[in-house]
Design a protein around this ligand. Structure first.
Ligand SMILES: *Cc1c(COP(=O)(O)O)cnc(C)c1O
Length: 432
């Protein structure tokens, strides 16, 4: 009935997440409020870990793409699952290390890493640096030389797959700001340079074909392309990759229209294709890294708001305004992302209206969604927007000097704050 498996309705007709009454959560912690379900995050981690065990004999590592949701408690949780972490900035590395996340299980991504970020990664022994471009490769070699060490890297390559077209075939998609193109020979050139540089140790290659992909076949195709690239590398240089990182992008369910596969199906497609091609090419099986972000955490989260005013424009639309908006969830403004919304204190009632949900920011485009089916809402009702665990909190801003909401974690129906609500003092802390 609900979009995520952890949602339900209790005897009061209120929405529950992981067994906790969300109307109670809103009362206790205030709104807007991000709520995460720890049990479901762990369940999702297990799904990926188990799939790597089952289809690849455990010869791999699931790394959480932490840009989806980053805070100290999440890194603690991921650490507890024996997983790795993908970081894309100084801030993400710093936050993970601050809770003792093992540096060797982290890797640093980014298409334009700063010198400061590269230095920080080297100083802190971040497991891998995923090198994006020639400039970075040379900078890294120089920095590592100055520090008298060897940078362990993998190369980010573009496998030339556009997973978002209906055909998702090889399109020669070389217009991306990320990585080296395979088909132009750029990736081979980068590899040869990496092998020459004294303070660089090349371990393998990385690709990431996109996000919110519902089909397993583009992932299988990417695995095949990467195996072929590995073979070409071996033929031309004699070098065999130790590892391949095949990225994330596994689709999740935001609305009833979305029909993602089980995590296991994506992993299975990747592992079987990779193993088959490696056998065919006579390559040893590389250590396999995958980087799920949203598929670990999106469905585990909801955002709670209090309904403010309701504005009916005859023959046009009805606006239901909430006490948050693009500051806590910019995804509608960015990509017209759709969500399922529920009046949490009327979750047992039918959705008999179609409304537009507006935020409180001074932008007409500040909407949570347009033409959303909803129970009849009144001022003071609690609205729950579902599957907001990924790319909401991590994309939040202080636009209009709104305060970032608190984040509450629910485990076995018990709640605790994991990120405090911002205060007015926080807001002016850095102002002079
Ligand atoms: C964003 C990203 C991911 C995670 O993508 P999801 O869609 O959240 O799974 C993984 N790897 C890289 C390199 C990324 O940029």
């Amino acid at each position: 009935m609900f979009i995520s498996e952890n949602l339900g309705v209790n005897h009061l007709g209120n929405l529950t997440i992981c067994g906790a009454d969300v109307v109670d959560l809103a009362k206790k912690y205030g709104t807007p409020l991000y709520v995460l379900d720890e049990n479901l995050i762990i369940k999702n981690c297990n799904r990926f870990n188990d799939a790597i065990d089952k289809y690849y004999n455990g010869h791999g590592l699931v790394c959480y793409a932490s840009k989806a949701f980053s805070c100290r408690e999440i890194y603690r949780l991921i650490k507890g699952q024996d997983m790795g972490v993908d970081a894309v900035s100084l801030g993400e590395m710093y936050t993970a290390l601050s809770v003792g996340f093992p540096a060797k299980k982290m890797h640093l991504h980014g298409n334009n890493k700063t010198i400061e970020e590269l230095k920080f990664a080297l100083e802190n022994n971040i497991g891998r640096i995923v090198v994006d471009n020639f400039c970075e490769l040379k900078d890294l070699n120089r920095l590592a030389g100055q520090m008298n060490l060897c940078a362990k890297i993998i190369l980010r390559v573009k496998p030339g797959i556009d997973a978002h077209t209906h055909e998702f075939i090889k399109t020669g998609q070389i217009d991306s700001k990320f990585g080296f193109a395979i088909e132009t020979g750029e990736a081979m050139e980068a590899l040869k340079l990496a092998l020459k540089l004294e303070n660089i140790r090349l371990k393998g290659a990385h690709c990431h074909i996109g996000s919110q992909i519902f089909d397993s076949r583009p992932f299988a195709l990417a695995a095949q392309v990467m195996a072929k690239y590995s073979k070409d590398v071996k033929d031309k240089t004699g070098i065999e990759f130790d590892e391949l990182n095949l990225g994330g992008g596994f689709g999740v369910k935001y609305t009833q229209k979305d029909d993602p596969l089980e995590c296991e199906e994506y992993v299975k497609a990747i592992c079987l294709s990779l193993a088959q091609k490696c056998r065919e090419y006579g390559l040893k099986l590389p250590f396999l890294i995958i980087e799920p972000g949203r598929s670990l955490i999106a469905s585990a989260g909801i955002t709670l708001y209090t309904v403010g005013n309701i504005k009916t424009i005859p023959n046009v639309r009805k606006y239901v305004a909430v006490d948050g908006g693009m500051t806590d969830n910019p995804r509608y403004a960015l990509y017209k992302s759709e969500y399922e919304v529920i009046v949490a204190n009327k979750a047992n009632l039918e959705k008999s209206e179609v409304v537009t949900i507006a935020g409180k920011c001074c932008e007409s485009g500040d909407l949570i969604g347009e033409n959303i089916a909803l129970q009849v809402a009144q001022p003071g009702d609690i609205l729950a927007v579902c599957a907001t665990g990924a790319y909401n909190y991590s994309m939040a801003s202080n636009y209009n000097r709104n305060l970032k909401p608190a984040v509450v974690m629910v485990k076995d129906a018990k709640s605790r704050v994991i990120v405090q609500r911002e205060t007015l003092e926080d807001l002016i802390r850095n102002d002079l």
